[in-house]
Design a protein around this ligand. Sequence first.
Ligand code: HEC
Ligand code: HEC
Length: 419
Amino acid sequence: MKKNVLIPTLLLFAVFSIFSCNKRDTGQLPPGKGNLNLPPLDPALVQQGQQVFRFETFGDESFWTDVLHMNQVIESGVSPKTALAVGLKVDAAALPPAVVDAISKGQVDLDDPQTTLALLQLNAVVGIKGQVSQNQDGTLKLDRVGITCALCHSTVDNSFAPGIGNRLDAYPNRDLNPGLIISLSPALDATTKAIYASWGPGMYDPRFNHDGLSNPVVIPPAFGLYGLPKAIFTGDGDVQHEPAGPVAYWNRYVAVTQMHGHGYFADARLDNWVVDHRENDDLVTDKLPALQAYQYSISAPAAPAGSFDPSAAARGMVLFAGKAQCATCHSGPLFTDVIDGGKLHPQSASVALDKDYVKRSATKLWRVTPLKGIWQHPPYFHDGSAKTLADVVARYDQERGLKLSTSEKADLTEYLKSL
Ligand code: HEC
Ligand code: HEC
């Protein structure tokens, strides 16, 4: 892999350093306009990255199996119905035609955990990798289980049935209840279980096991990120802290500290947090360039035809850049001023209800969230405190005293739906 990754990595370096020392103020471009002139991604690297994103556990079975015993939890009590109810998704493309046929005819027992094991054997449960074998009596048993990035950052298009369809990688799985799933582990004490179980669908706290605080955030999309010099809500990820790139910074963070893959993470800004699961057993670092390239290859999905009113959206665009003052922060081609040399904002820049998450980050500042494809992933803000885009507009109107009329609010909402 090494040779293939070198050139794109160098190109990325070049791009990000151009961003950081470029005097031309890209943020002054009208929102959504302008060209970032990003170098093309290496298709072979992107292809490798897709495999990593979907199927790589980085050896995290040693946590999900040996520590949490999730294999026993699934084997003894997780039927396909239960799995779908906690937001897990099934990749219809991985199912052989005979299985699809049997499911359609109602001949498959969706209340039986054995069916879940059969699906795992087919590698059909999105984001979960299982090693399945047979007992003497022919029943299936789950020997090892681990998780991949796709667990939280992929969903399906429901083309076959609710929760069963074609993969939509990088779309956040806002049905998934990761906290509830983890809380089922017999290895946790009652207090810890209760905290995990309290987070709810689409939410996860990627800092709980570091600082002990519980304050989950929405699982964000992993699409539309190519060109941003900083990653995550608080802009912790950048090339200064991860040579492979901003998104790779956070991918390493999650792979090592949350998924418990074998590898290494350190950041002096987070109370010198160092996590080193296995000395000389780094299954993460060499996969980061491909993994990042795959995420960069996925652009934000366009708003479906007919999902917004074009003339109202056109009026809303004028408000966005004018009276509503949105473009002072959501500027430039990706609707964020972070492309101006990595600009971040103080705590007061967020109108979310939660005011505390930012303090737990490395930067203690906010990155202005890019808005392309925003129609796809309600609820909004890091704490999910705005259920709809209309709620977003109402919140800004109130918090910032914008004095938008009812029809102006409606127009601005239509514009947001169109991005
Ligand atoms: C248990 C759920 C979970 C898993 C598994 C997970 N993530 Fe995330 N991911 C999150 C959450 C929550 C955030 C938001 C953190 C923040 O911004 O503070 C996030 C943030 C991100 C972002 C930042 C997007 C942006 O706007 O800059 C990317 C990209 C990403 N994850 C990719 C990945 C990849 C790749 C993997 C596998 C190595 C992975 N995630 C595994 C929950 C998860
Ligand atoms: C002072 C800078 C600033 C201004 C002005 C601003 N925003 Fe934001 N915006 C942010 C920041 C920072 C976030 C992330 C806050 C969070 O998640 O807590 C954000 C988040 C959002 C989100 C949620 C994105 C997501 O994925 O959840 C939307 C939608 C949004 N802004 C739209 C607007 C609109 C519409 C306006 C004008 C009425 C506006 N913003 C004005 C800084 C700004």
